[in-house]
Write a protein that binds this ligand. Structure first.
Ligand code: F6R
Length: 588
C-alpha cells in the first residue's frame, strides 16, 4: 500500500525515481506523483490513475538530481489529482506512507490558527504541521523530531524543505522505509525492488530514526537527535525481481517457482531423515495462529498439520478480530503470526498485543527484517523471495511448508514427512505442466457466481481457492462448508451457479460427496478437484493422485492457483494488479 521513492545523486533524478516507483506498482495504488528540485525550486506533478498518466506528462531529461515520489492507495479522500502526493505546505513538501490517527484533531488545531487545506488527506496536515514547527525554529532536524512527537499512527515520510533544496530528509514509524547507499547516490524506498537499479546496499531504519542526505553524504539521527551509525545490509537475492522472465504474468512466474522453493526450504531445514534448526513448538500446550487473508488460510492448513502431527490444540483467528476480541493470553501458549509482507497493520497490532501480554510470539514472515519479523520474539522466514503479484501463491505455499515443518519437527519419526517433501517438487511440476487448466477455465469463465465447496481440510483449501478466484477474476465466489449448505445457502443454487468441489480429505469424503450430489440435483454443474478415482459426482474433474495426508493438500493448491489464473486470463483481467487491492496492507 503506497510506495515511496526519494533520490539524491549524480544521475538525472526523474528516470531513476520513476524506475523505482514502477517497481513498487505491485504494492497497489490509485494515483502517483513526484516532486523534484530544478533551479533550486520545487516542482510538483501528480496524477490520478496509473503511473503511465504521470509518465505521459514528465520530462525525463529535466535537469534535476533530487526528488521524491509516491504511489498512493487512497485512504483519506478520493483518488484524484489533488489528494495525490506529494503535498506541499509553505516550505515543506512531503510524500507519506501510513495513517496519521490524530490528523483530525491536528487539522482542527491548525485551522483555528488560520491554516487552510486544499486536499482531504492526513498528509497535507503533516506537511502543514511540519512547516509550522520549522518556521519557528528554522532547524529541519529538530522540526522533524518535534513533528514525530506530535503524530500518532504510522508513517514513512520523505521530506524536502524549500530553504534546503539540496537536502533530502526522511523519518519513519511503523511503515517501511529503507535507504539505498550507491556510489555518491542515495535512494529512499519502501521496498528493495525499488532500489536495485541503483544499488544492492541498504540501511534499515528503526522507528523515529531521521535521515539527512546532502552533498556531504548520508547521516542518521536517533530520536534524541544524536548522530548514529547503522549497519549496512547487502541484498543478495534475485536482482531481476522486476522481470517476468518470459512468463505472461508475475503470478504465473511465481506459481512456477514453487517447486524450486520447496527444494530450497528442504535443503535448508532437512538433514538426513530429520528436520534441523526448526523452531520447537512441543513445549507449548496450545497454539494461536493469527493472520489475514491467504496467510489466515495457510494457518488453517497449518492447524491441520499441527493438530494431527504434533497433537497440539491450535486455533486460527483473523488478526483484525484478534485485536478486538476477548483473549485469554495463556502463558503456555504460542502465538504464531503469519505474514508475507511482514507489514500488515492488523497482524502487527495482534503481535504487539500478544507481546504486551507476555505471550511467546513466532513470526512466519517472507520479507526479511520487516516490522513483524523485527517485532516478534522468534522469527521463521519463508524464504519465498520477493513476491510481486498482488495475489499470493508461492509465499502462501511456503507458509504452509513452514507450519508443516514445525509440526513434523515434534515427531520422533519424521521420515514420512521428509520422504513426502522429497517428492513434492516433482509432483508440483507435474501438476503445473500436465494439465490443460485453460480448457477447464473456459467452462467456468462465464459464471457470475462460483461456490467452492468442501468439508474438513477441503474447506480450508476451498477458502483459498475461492479467494484466489475472486481477487483476480472479479467473479463473485464463496467458499462454503458443504455440510452447511442445506441450512440456508442452497437456496442460491441453480443451473447458473458454478460449483467447484474440493474432495481430497478422506476422513469426510463420503459425506462431502452426498452434499455435492444435493447441489447437482438442483441443476448446478460440478467441477471436482479430487483424488477420488471413481468420481461419479462431477461433470468435469481435475483428478489428482492420492498420495498421503501430507502431500494431498499441497498438490491441490497448485491446481486451484492455476485454475484461478486461467479464468482471470480469459477475462483479460489485470492479474498481477487487481483493482482496489494492495500487496502490503498497512492500514487497519
Ligand atoms: C491474497 C493475499 C492477501 C494476503 C493478506 C495478508 O492473495 O495476498 O489476502 O494474504 O493481505 O497479507 P500478508 O501475508 O502480507 O500479511
Amino acid at each position: 500500500m503506497c510506495g515511496i521513492v526519494g533520490y539524491l545523486g549524480n544521475k538525472k533524478a526523474i528516470p531513476v525515481i520513476m524506475q523505482g516507483l514502477k517497481s513498487l506498482e505491485y504494492r497497489g495504488y490509485d494515483s502517483a506523483g513526484i516532486a523534484y528540485i530544478k533551479n533550486d525550486k520545487v516542482n510538483i506533478i501528480k496524477k490520478a490513475g496509473k503511473i503511465k498518466n504521470l509518465d505521459n506528462v514528465l520530462n525525463y531529461k529535466e535537469d534535476t538530481y533530487l526528488g521524491i515520489a509516491h504511489t498512493r492507495w487512497a485512504t483519506h479522500g478520493k483518488a484524484n489529482d489533488i489528494n495525490a502526493h506529494p503535498h506541499k505546505y509553505g516550505k515543506i513538501t512531503i510524500v507519506h506512507n501510513g495513517i496519521i490517527e490524530n490528523y483530525d484533531n491536528l487539522k482542527k488545531e491548525l485551522i483555528k490558527k488560520g491554516k487552510t487545506f486544499i486536499s482531504e488527506t492526513d498528509t497535507e496536515v503533516v506537511a502543514c504541521l511540519l512547516d509550522e514547527i520549522y518556521e519557528k525554529n528554522k532547524n529541519m532536524l529538530e522540526a522533524i523530531n518535534l513533528l514525530a512527537k506530535r503524530l500518532n499512527g504510522s508513517y514513512a515520510l520523505n521530506i524536502i524543505c524549500s530553504d534546503e533544496p539540496h537536502t533530502l530528509y526522511a523519518v519513519r514509524k511503523d511503515s517501511p522505509l529503507i535507504v539505498g547507499n550507491g556510489n555518491q547516490e542515495y535512494i529512499l524506498a519502501s521496498d528493495i525492488p525499488a532500489l536495485l537499479h541503483v544499488t544492492n546496499k541498504y540501511f534499515l531504519l528503526d522507528n523515529y530514526d531521521i535521515v539527512k542526505i546532502d552533498n556531504n553524504g548520508l547521516k542518521f539521527y536517533d530520536e534524541n537527535l544524536k548522530q548514529i551509525k547503522k549497519q549496512e545490509k547487502v541484498y543478495t537475492g534475485d536482482l531481476e525481481v522486476s522481470s517476468k522472465k518470459g512468463y505472461d504474468h508475475f503470478m504465473l512466474k511465481e506459481i512456477n517457482e514453487q517447486p524450486e522453493l520447496i527444494k530450497k526450504l528442504f535443503r535448508k531445514y532437512a538433514i538426513g531423515d530429520k528436520f534441523s534448526n526448526v523452531f520447537d513448538i512441543s513445549k507449548y500446550k496450545s497454539i494461536e495462529i493469527v493472520a489475514c487473508g491467504s496467510a489466515y488460510h495457510a494457518g488453517l492448513i497449518g492447524k491441520y498439520y499441527i493438530e494431527h502431527l504434533a497433537n497440539i490444540k491450535t486455533t486460527v483467528t483473523y488478526a483484525s478480530e484478534y485485536r478486538y476480541q476477548k483473549n485469554f493470553f495463556d502463558k503456555d501458549s504460542l502465538v504464531i503470526i503469519i505474514s508475507q509482507s511482514g507489514e500488515t497493520a492488523d497482524s502487527l497490532a495482534a503481535l504487539k498485543l500478544a507481546k504486551k501480554n507476555k505471550i511467546d510470539t513466532l513470526a512466519i514472515v517472507n520479507v526479511f527484517e520487516s516490522s513483524i519479523a523485527r517485532e516478534a520474539k522468534y522469527v521463521f522466514y519463508t524464504e519465498a523471495g520477493i513476491e510481486v503479484a498482488v495475489a499470493t501463491t508461492k509465499a502462501y505455499l511456503a507458509q504452509i511448508l513452514v507450519l508443516l515443518m514445525l509440526a513434523a519437527n515434534t515427531l520422533k519419526d519424521q521420515s514420512e514427512v521428509i520422504n513426502s517433501l522429497k517428492l513434492l517438487p516433482n509432483l508440483l511440476s507435474q501438476y503445473i505442466n500436465n494439465y490443460d487448466y485453460k480448457k477447464i477455465a473456459k467452462k467456468l469463465v462465464n459464471y457470475e457466481h462460483i461456490f467452492y465447496l468442501g468439508r474438513g481440510l477441503d474447506f480450508s483449501l476451498a477458502m483459498e481457492g475461492s479467494l484466489k478466484l475472486k481477487e483476480i477474476s472479479y467473479i463473485h465466489s464463496e467458499a462454503y462448508p458443504a455440510g452447511e449448505l442445506k441450512h440456508g445457502t442452497i437456496s442460491l443454487i441453480d443451473k447458473n451457479t458454478g460449483i467447484i468441489a474440493i474432495v481430497i480429505d478422506k476422513t469426510i469424503k463420503e459425506k462431502t460427496i452426498s452434499n455435492i450430489k444435493e447441489v447437482a440435483s438442483r441443476g448446478a454443474k460440478i467441477l471436482a478437484i479430487t483424488n477420488d478415482e471413481k468420481n461419479e459426482f462431477s461433470d468435469t474433474k481435475i483428478l489428482l493422485e492420492d498420495y498421503n495426508d501430507i502431500l494431498n493438500p499441497l498438490v491441490t493448491i497448485i491446481s486451484m492457483q492455476l485454475l484461478a489464473y486461467h479464468i482471470a486470463k480469459l477475462k483479460k483481467c489485470d492479474i498481477d494488479k487487481p483493482r482496489n487491492l494492495a500487496k502490503s496492507v498497512t492500514v487497519e
